[in-house]
Design a protein around this ligand. Structure first.
Ligand code: ISE
Length: 352
């Protein structure tokens, strides 16, 4: 089977990273087209890849006959139009979050995909492909620790772009824990509250940093997340799961550290050391997860014509659910109140 010819739209940090990984580490795929709102940047990247062209208009890039599949790493506000174009041309697409910038348009995309009768849209929630999150998911799904009840999460960035405002802490950062919660617990989030502690003196003026998010799931599980995006020190994403008979933590840069009874073994099963180097940014912390995500997506695209399913991972519905929780999160941030998440029933959309 010949390579899947991919167009990468948006070659900023994330898109350029994906170009590099497809060219150098992904089997069965090549980059045939790149596009960016800065045409010279796209030209420059295309010039370094044999057989690759820069196309100035993103919709032309999607429609191009030498494009089999699309990676969207463009700014969120452009996604809706680009996703609908991918659906119109029947092209599988891996869309970096957000699916779209609000729940209503995300729902339109879910409906449009359902009408095609195929699964064409994957959303780039890469944590689902991280080995530590996979281990945590396996624990949640196993009977060993009993029912999972609580997640305590930490999400700390050394810095964020100057354009980051308080709502982006919710929409751009917390959105990952929103997806992780749905992934681990397999249920929807029904309510959210955001607490605003004393603001860091080094945060840019007007930025509420840190923030504490409290999520409640449909069955009443509790998730709390400390978000702190201007720490100036390394990248920390920690997740501690508390279950009826034990707990487990990931994100210490030492692998999974857990304490639950291992048959015939030491109750403290997690070998490992505390300390050592911490990854500087999400590119390093989740680098391997991005590789696995893109490889599995390409593999699904290669078999999609037979199955109608071009996705292996979170899909359009997951993007919509995240958008709905984030909309409630922004309202919670503004009002200080606990806000219920408004979502349609999945079963109300045939094929979603
Ligand atoms: C960024 O956009 C990401 O997606 C990172 O994973 C996240 O940690 C960061 O907070 C976001 O700004």
């Amino acid at each position: 089977m010949s390579d899947v010819r991919v167009a990468v739209l948006g070659v900023g940090m994330m898109g350029a990273d994906h170009v590099d990984r497809i060219v150098s580490r992904i089997a069965g795929a090549s980059v045939s087209v790149v596009n960016d709102f800065l045409p010279e940047k796209a030209e420059q990247i295309a010039a370094g890849i044999p057989g690759c062209r820069a196309i100035a208009d993103p919709l032309d890039a999607i429609a191009d006959p030498q494009v089999d599949a699309v990676v969207l790493a463009t700014p969120g506000p452009t996604h809706e139009k680009q996703l609908l174009a991918c659906l119109e041309h029947g092209k599988p697409v891996l869309c970096e979050k957000p699916l779209t910038t609000d729940a209503a348009t995300s729902l339109e995309v879910v409906k449009a995909e359902a009408e095609t009768g195929k699964r064409l849209i994957q959303v780039g929630f890469m944590r689902r492909f991280d080995h530590e999150y996979e281990q945590l998911k396996a624990l949640v799904d196993s009977p060993e620790m009993g029912r999972a009840l609580v997640l305590h999460c930490v999400h700390r960035n050394p810095a964020v772009p100057a354009s980051f405002d308080s709502s982006m802490v919710v929409k751009d950062s917390l959105v990952h824990e929103v997806d992780v919660t749905r992934f681990l617990f397999d249920e929807e989030i029904t309510a959210i509250q955001i607490l605003k502690p004393a603001v860091s003196s080094v945060a840019p003026a007007g930025l509420q940093d840190p923030q504490i998010a409290i999520l409640t799931t449909a069955s009443g599980r509790h998730v709390d997340v400390e978000l702190f995006v201007t720490t100036g020190v390394a990248y920390e994403v920690r997740t501690e799961l508390v279950a009826e008979h034990g707990s487990a933590m990931i994100g210490l840069d030492v692998g999974l550290v857990s304490k639950y009874p291992v048959p015939g073994g030491d109750a403290r099963s997690g070998a490992g050391r505390w300390g050592g180097a911490i990854t500087p940014s999400f590119k390093e912390r989740f680098g391997r997860a991005y590789d696995v995500e893109i490889q599995r997506w390409i593999d699904a695209v290669r078999t999609g014509a037979d199955t109608g399913n071009y996705v292996d991972g979170p899909g359009a519905w997951d993007g919509y659910a995240a958008a709905a929780v984030c909309a409630a999160g922004v309202a919670a941030l503004e009002t200080g109140q606990r806000v219920n998440v408004e979502m349609v029933e999945r079963a109300s959309i045939e094929g979603a």
